[in-house]
Design a protein around this ligand. Structure first.
Ligand code: RFL
Ligand code: PHB
Length: 388
């Protein structure tokens, strides 16, 4: 088998890259380790930056998002002492869209099916070869057969646990890591969201977030030990703990119900650089992870796709140095989102090592954010997404 760009991973970054390249006349083959049903059952991100919304529209997959998504012009931040709203539209002249990653992925699969792009599911034993030559290739098994895919370039869109990043020789990559001493316990429930906008709460018992997918589907998170067994968190235990951490007026109004999904995710910041080695280009979670506090993970995957599709399209037009610039261009934006996610995580969570001084600093930072227009502008500009 031969293609122009072999894409490893059929998550949002792999599918959007494939869709964008196909529309520019570049052929792709997507190799995905899991089944389509499995990929579509993963509940993850919910907030799309305005740049992500634009990218999806340009890729021809924005129609359902524009019909069914919810535009949010602001968010609420709460702490022990106060609760205030940051107005994105007023401060940053942009907004965000509430539209789940599951829906984005579904729309991308539908669009790719229409274009007839080969997406091979349930592949096993993917290995990348001859990356530092002009004739790289991928081997894998699918349908019980060993197969070989020859290509011009390989896009490593296979997430944090994928094979692509590890195919770069260790001495050629640097990995920067911060792990946080807690995780997020998330619950999805078929209940009306408690507010019309998201609520981020800093509380002595730990962080809490009230989010949503639509008018009948709520998504809530609380800070919890990353290694807590899920059995410890029966639905009632979860709702009781969430109520304690949200502002009183919110907690009183909250409608609860059975959870339809519940999971604990660890929190980490991670960046691997450079994002290119030879003819392999890393994209999305394969190259970087952020804690979910700033809602940046999926959005960073999309901005990588922006830079990579641009580099490949202009590369095929003969502008070679666009490929050389991919890693530098993508990483400049990645690091800024890593910074914002780290800052917001530090602002909103309780850390085991916090001293009284640390807590006063946190309270003071929230107080500053509540009362300074300049601080709110910085927050809003980062939350809606920095320009590409
Ligand atoms: P993905 O979505 O992980 O997709 C990678 C795909 O590659 C496949 N794969 C392989 N395929 C072939 N061969 C191999 N060897 C392979 N190894 C892996 C996988 O099966 C998968 O389908 O990465 P991508 O496309 O870069 O997209 C990134 C986003 O998914 C990610 O940044 C966000 O979901 C992060 N994230 C969140 N981001 C937000 O903006 N807001 C959130 O609320 C939010 N919640 C989350 C999250 C990530 C989570 N994970 C990864 C644990 C909640 C969770 C639980
Ligand atoms: C979500 O709705 O899943 C969500 C929203 C905002 C975040 C993280 C997750 O910061």
């Amino acid at each position: 088998m031969r293609t122009q760009v072999a894409i490893i991973g059929g998550g949002p970054s792999g599918l959007l890259l494939s869709q964008t390249l196909n529309r520019a006349g570049i052929e792709t083959v997507v190799l995905e380790r899991r089944s389509r049903d499995y990929v579509l059952s993963r509940i993850r991100a919910g907030i799309l930056e305005w740049g992500t919304v634009e990218m999806l529209r340009q890729a021809g997959v924005g129609a359902r998002m524009d019909r069914e998504g919810f535009v949010h012009d602001g968010t609420r931040i709460a702490s022990r002492h106060q609760s205030f709203r940051i107005d994105f539209a007023e401060r940053a002249h942009r907004n965000v869209m509430v539209y789940g990653q599951t829906e984005v992925t579904q729309d991308l699969y539908a669009a790719q099916d229409k274009l007839g792009t080969p997406i091979i599911h349930c592949v096993d034993g993917v290995e990348l070869h001859d990356l530092d030559t002009e004739t790289p290739y991928v081997t894998f098994s699918a349908d019980g057969r060993d197969q070989r895919l020859e290509c011009d370039y390989i896009a490593g869109c296979d997430g944090f646990h994928g094979v692509s990043r590890r195919s770069i020789p260790e001495e050629r990559r640097t990995e920067h890591v911060r792990t946080y001493p807690f995780g997020w316990l998330g619950v999805l429930s078929e209940t009306p969201p408690v507010g019309s906008e998201l609520i981020y709460a800093n509380h002595a018992r730990g962080f809490a977030l009230a989010s949503m997918r639509n008018t009948q589907l709520s998504r809530y998170y609380i800070q919890a030990p990353a290694d807590d067994p899920l059995e410890k968190w029966g639905d009632q235990t979860f709702w009781d703990e969430l109520r304690r951490r949200l502002p009183e007026d919110v907690a009183e109004q909250m409608v609860t119900g059975p959870s339809i999904e519940k999971s604990i995710a660890p929190l980490r910041s991670f960046v691997a650089e450079p994002m290119r080695w030879g003819r392999l280009f890393l994209c999305g979670d394969a190259a970087h992870i952020v804690p979910p506090t700033g809602a940046k993970g999926l959005n960073l995957a999309v901005s990588d796709v922006h830079y990579l599709s641009d580099a490949l399209i202009t590369g095929y037009q003969g502008i070679e140095d666009s490929l050389d610039q991919y890693s530098t261009r993508a990483l400049a934006r990645v690091w800024k989102a890593v910074r914002f996610s780290w800052w917001m995580t530090n602002l909103m969570h309780r850390f085991p090592e916090h001293t009284d001084f640390d807590l006063r600093m946190q309270e003071t930072e929230i107080d500053y954010l509540a009362h300074s227009q300049a601080a709110q502008t910085v927050f809003a500009e980062n939350y809606v997404g920095l320009p590409y």
